[in-house]
Design a protein around this ligand. Sequence first.
Ligand code: SAM
Length: 202
Amino acid sequence: MEACKGLLIEDFYSFRNDLKQVYGDDAPLHIEIGCGKGKFITELAKTNPHIHYIAIEKNLDVLVLAMEKVQAAGLSNVRFVAGDAGVLSDFETQSRCEMIYINFCDPWKKSRQAKRRLTHANFLDIYKKILIPGGKVRFKTDNRPLFEFSLNSFSDYGLRLKNITLDLHNSPWNDGNIRTEYETLFSEKGQPIYSCEAIYPA
Ligand SMILES: C[S@@+](CC[C@H](N)C(=O)[O-])C[C@H]1O[C@@H](n2cnc3c(N)ncnc32)[C@H](O)[C@@H]1O
């Protein structure tokens, strides 16, 4: 952790009124929630040097691995937040972030745990505060019940759904798709990958 400390946003809450100040410029800002070991964010940031990224991860053990990957790749457009996505709930930074990526988040299978799902309406409220009008959530999962829950949640919230697929890797939207660690694991087991985009009103 010490060697990559420069990549960590230690005072993240101080940016609650203007997320763009993390980088101090007006470049497009995208956020990944639950980046795990960081393969996705590293490849994404390499492919899009003009975009700035913030990756939020609550598990410090995997966060360190993600930070090491970004450091080894010599990228200057990724910063990390150590903590829960709930930290965003106090942010008032509308019109600052263009895209939120949620990849293979925990399904929280029991219905009494539904509020913990990162696609629950409570989280959609939080994302609304930090996204630009017309901002997007890009969502991938291997879990069919979670996918169905999420489609309903996005739709009930009034988001426009796009590029919905029950088999991402055999769909037209696989072009340019960057596989996450979990995505590779599940797909090697023959499981289809579910994916969609949910777009906030402009
Ligand atoms: C199943 S793993 C998937 C990791 C990676 N996205 C991938 O696809 O390989 C889910 C990750 O999200 C993180 N996570 C889950 N809920 C979170 C939350 N509320 N805030 C931040 N990170 C979260 C977990 O710690 C874990 O690393």
